[in-house]
Ligand binder design. Structure first.
Ligand code: PMP
Length: 351
C-alpha cells in the first residue's frame, strides 16, 4: 500500500520550512519594511523591487481552470527540471535509496539521482520503446522510491501504453512520476485526469514546449495536495520570479496563440514524417506523439550529424543511447527550418 508519510524522508517530515514575515502577516500593509527590499523602485525598465508571491497563486488559479485540477494540486518549478530534483530529494535518502528509470529516456532523472547520491535501477524499454511485462514485475517488486515514466518519451517520441502505466501505479509502493513534457502534442488524454484514483501519481508538464516558453523556465507538477504541500515545504521560497509569473499569466490568456502553434508544429511533424522515409539514408522514422522525430540513419548517423553541423544545423545525436543505435533526434521547427533540414539531408544523400 502507498503511504506518503513513511515515504517522505524523516528529516523533511520534521523540518520547519522557511517562512517570511509576509507569510505570517494577516491584514493589509502599506509600509513594507520586512524583507530588506528596495522601496525606491528598480533599475531597468520594469518594476520588480518586491519579492514575488512564493505560492504563485494568480498563475495557479488560471492553470487550475485550464487543467481541471485544484489549485493545491499544482506545484510550479524553475522548469520541470526543478520538480525532478525536488521529488528525488523529497523521498530518497542519499547513499541509501534508489529510483527506477526506463532507458532510453530523459537524462535529467539520472543527473538528479547522481547529484543527490541516489542509486539508479534501470529497466530498459523494449525494442519498440514500451514497458515490458518483466519490467513491470521488477518495478512492482522494487523498493525504489520513485519510478520516472516519460510519456511521450524523450528521445523516442512514443506514448507508453496506458495499461502498463496503470499496472505500475497499482503495484509500485513509491511515487510514479509520469513526465508529460510533450503531452500537448500527444493523441491521448493527460494522466492529470486520473489523479484522484492514484495517490502515488505525480504528473509533470512544462511551458517549454507547446507554449513556446523554454526561456522562461516554468514547469508544472500535478499530484495530490499532500504531495504538493511537501514540495512547497522544501522548495526555495521564491523559486518562480515575478517576471516569470507575469509572463505565464499573459501566456495563459493567449490560448489561441498556443493552439495555433501547437497545430502548426503537428503539421510540421507530419510534413517531415512523410518525407524523411523517402531519403535513401533514412532507415526508420519512429512514430511520434511529441514535437520531434527519432530517425534512424544508414550507414552512419554520426556522419549525417557532422554534415548537418557543417551546414549550421544542429540536431541531437542519440546513437549512444540504449536501443537508439544510428539515430538522430530531429526537433520539428518552423516550416522554413523543416525545409532547410530536409534539403540538407537530401543533399547529403547525393554527396
Ligand atoms: N522532461 C522531459 C521529458 C524533457 O524532454 C524536458 C526538456 N527537454 C524536461 C522534462 C525539462 O523541461 P523544463 O524545460 O520544464 O525544465
Amino acid at each position: 500500500m502507498f503511504d506518503l508519510t513513511s515515504l517522505v524522508r524523516p528529516n523533511i517530515r520534521a523540518m520547519k520550512p522557511y517562512s517570511s514575515a509576509r507569510d505570517e502577516f494577516q491584514g493589509e500593509a502599506h509600509v513594507m519594511l520586512d524583507a530588506n527590499e528596495n522601496s525606491l523602485g528598480s533599475a531597468g525598465p520594469e518594476r520588480f523591487n518586491r519579492y514575488p508571491d512564493p505560492l504563485q497563486r494568480a498563475v495557479k488559479t488560471e492553470l487550475a481552470k485550464l487543467k481541471g485540477v485544484a489549485e493545491n494540486q499544482i506545484f510550479l518549478g524553475n522548469g520541470s527540471d526543478e520538480a525532478i530534483d525536488l521529488l528525488v530529494r523529497l523521498v530518497c535518502i542519499p547513499d541509501q535509496d534508489s529510483i527506477v528509470i526506463l532507458p532510453p529516456t530523459y537524462g535529467m532523472y539520472e543527473v538528479a539521482a547522481n547529484l543527490n547520491d541516489v542509486r539508479i535501477e534501470r529497466q530498459p524499454l523494449t525494442p519498440d520503446f514500451q514497458i515490458s511485462p518483466e519490467a513491470i514485475t521488477q518495478i512492482v517488486a522494487s523498493d525504489a522510491k520513485i519510478v520516472f515514466l516519460c510519456s511521450p518519451n524523450n528521445p523516442t517520441g512514443n506514448l507508453l501504453h496506458a495499461d502498463a502505466i496503470e499496472q505500475v501505479l497499482r503495484g509500485f509502493r513509491g511515487l510514479v512520476v509520469v513526465d508529460e513534457a510533450y503531452a500537448d502534442f500527444a493523441a491521448a488524454p493527460s494522466w492529470t485526469t486520473r489523479l484522484a484514483e492514484f495517490p502515488n501519481l505525480v504528473v509533470m508538464q512544462t511551458f517549454s514546449k507547446a507554449w513556446g516558453l523554454a526561456g522562461l523556465r516554468l514547469g508544472m507538477a500535478f499530484a495530490s495536495s499532500e504531495v504538493i504541500s511537501y514540495l512547497n515545504k522544501i522548495k526555495p521560497p521564491y523559486n518562480i520570479s515575478e517576471a516569470t509569473q507575469q509572463h505565464a499569466l499573459a501566456a495563459l490568456q493567449d490560448a489561441p496563440r498556443f493552439e495555433q502553434m501547437r497545430q502548426q508544429l503537428l503539421i510540421g511533424r507530419d510534413w517531415l514524417a512523410e518525407r524523411l522515409p523517402g531519403l535513401s539514408i533514412v532507415e526508420e522514422v519512429f512514430p511520434s506523439d511529441a514535437n520531434f522525430l527519432l530517425t534512424r540513419f544508414r550507414p552512419d548517423a554520426t556522419a549525417v550529424y557532422d554534415y548537418l553541423v557543417g551546414r549550421g544545423i544542429i540536431v541531437r545525436n542519440r546513437t549512444t543511447q540504449p536501443g537508439c543505435v544510428g539515430t538522430l533526434r530531429l526537433t520539428v521547427g518552423s516550416p522554413t527550418e523543416n525545409k532547410e533540414l530536409l534539403q540538407a539531408l537530401q543533399e547529403f544523400k547525393e554527396a
